[in-house]
Design a binder for this molecule. Structure first.
Ligand code: FIX
Ligand code: ZN
Length: 423
């Protein structure tokens, strides 16, 4: 007797099965700005944090054409109340981020009987996250594991990780974010020296060894699942720059020693409008030539990569066809919208099959994982249903088991296999 899951599905039955499988399959969220409650106010949660998300700050300042400097002088509670007024009362919350707040509050059951008044919402959703909240919210979002963003040049991180055993937290995995080393090396030197490392910008054997010791100590202490670097359009490789020296002499040897992948987040133009602070970063189309050169130069290094510009998506996907050691991931930041995620995910499935990582939430506030992953699941189910229906119509035996295998890969296993770690 063939079990239900092995049974060949009729094309018309496939969408419902795909939706069920996508809905029930747990996610590994491979890039977030979330932290365990033990890290104190690093973990943001509650209605004021949801509303003062930098995406919504930018949208509210634009809608109301308010002076940003005046905005920053206001208390967070006033900022949140103003953003609610501008984006939820004076207009409909139609943007992805504003709709996300509505979706999240509904899914949390915060709003009763449709009472979407600021008083009702603020009263119901004020609480900061406790361990119980984290478990409940991650369960609502179907998120099993969370990868944090950990900056070895941040003194707070140093204090946390060198505090000892309690620095471990279930479900939360570290990454090592080396932006400062490769983008602001002078600042990296100052911070690493504060931590007792005799580093400099000299291209000497001694400096190479000391920087390798710095990164290795952090890797030993935090056991990151990958090393990450976000960059703009100014990357050239190979060349004679200090950045290339750091990559060749420090980063690549350390990745090899610790068998770590490098996660590249390409195409962010930092502080396009500094008045907006965290909300002031923009997007830039990048050349993928340096990535191609890095993959050719170091075929043994595994590279996770995401690009922020829509214009880079097709070329990056084709590059992933040429280099098996390249794993593309996410519809990052300004691409995390229904229309763009649908376009990009469909293109990736058509060119790569189920061998990529469709999304990461980039959540900065705990409850955001709810709307970010509900949106992702909705889009993924839509795209995959079309592909499996076409396959079945062509005569291929599509089964629930096969769909489950592919979706488990897309939502978590592709990542863990690629980084050669297990949760
Ligand atoms: O570099 C990054 O990790 C970006 O994701 C952030 O800088 C950005 O502010 C963000 O949170 C986007 O979603
Ligand atoms: Zn991020």
């Amino acid at each position: 007797m063939t079990s239900q899951r092995h049974r060949r599905l009729a094309p018309q039955d496939i969408p419902a099965v795909v939706r069920q499988v996508v809905k029930r399959t747990p996610v590994t969220d491979i890039h977030t700005h979330l932290y365990p409650p033990a890290m104190g106010d690093r973990l943001l949660s509650g209605i004021e944090a949801l509303l003062t998300y930098h995406y919504l700050i930018a949208e509210a300042l634009r809608s109301d054409r308010q002076d940003a400097d005046a905005f920053w002088t206001r208390a967070t509670s006033d900022q949140a109340a103003w953003i609610w007024r501008v984006l939820f009362e004076h207009q409909s919350p139609l943007s992805e981020a504003a709709r996300g707040v509505v979706h999240t509050l509904s899914r949390l059951g915060v709003v009763r009987d449709g009472a979407w008044t600021w008083e009702a919402v603020r009263a119901a959703a004020r609480r900061a996250a406790t361990p119980d909240d984290v478990e409940r919210v991650l369960a609502l979002a179907g998120v099993d594991q969370v990868v944090m963003t950990n900056d070895p040049f941040d003194p707070e991180e140093r204090a946390w990780w060198w505090r000892g055993a309690e620095a471990r937290a279930a479900r939360f995995y570290a990454s090592l974010r080396i932006d400062r080393l490769l983008n602001q090396p002078e600042s990296a030197v100052a911070q690493a020296r504060q931590q007792g490392y005799a580093v400099s910008l000299d291209r000497t054997a001694a400096n190479r060894a000391e920087w390798q010791r710095f990164l290795s100590d952090w890797i030993t202490q935090t056991t990151p699942v990958y090393v990450a670097w976000s960059l703009g359009a100014d990357w050239e490789f190979p060349n004679e720059s200090l950045r290339t020296w750091f990559l060749d002499e420090v980063v690549v040897p350390v990745l090899e020693t610790h068998e770590l992948a490098l996660a590249l987040m390409m195409g962010v133009e930092r502080q396009v409008n500094p008045q907006l602070r965290d909300a002031g970063d923009g997007v830039v189309t990048v050349s993928l030539a340096p990535l191609e050169a890095l993959l050719r130069t170091y075929p043994q290094i595994r590279v996770l990569a995401t690009a922020l510009a829509r214009e880079n998506q097709h070329e990056l996907t084709v590059l992933a066809r040429k280099f098996p050691q390249l794993m593309i991931f996410g519809c990052w930041w300004f691409l995390n919208t229904t229309s763009l995620m649908r376009e990009i995910t469909a293109m990736r499935v058509e060119l790569l099959g189920p061998t990529f990582i469709p999304q990461h939430s980039d959540a900065r506030v705990l409850e955001q994982v709810i709307y970010k992953w509900d949106l992702t699941r909705e889009v993924l189910a839509h795209v995959l249903s079309d592909r499996y229906e076409a396959l079945a119509t062509a005569g291929w035996p599509v089964t629930e088991d096969a769909i489950q295998r592919d979706v488990r890969g897309l939502l978590s296993q592709n990542f863990w296999d690629f980084v050669r770690r297990s949760p």
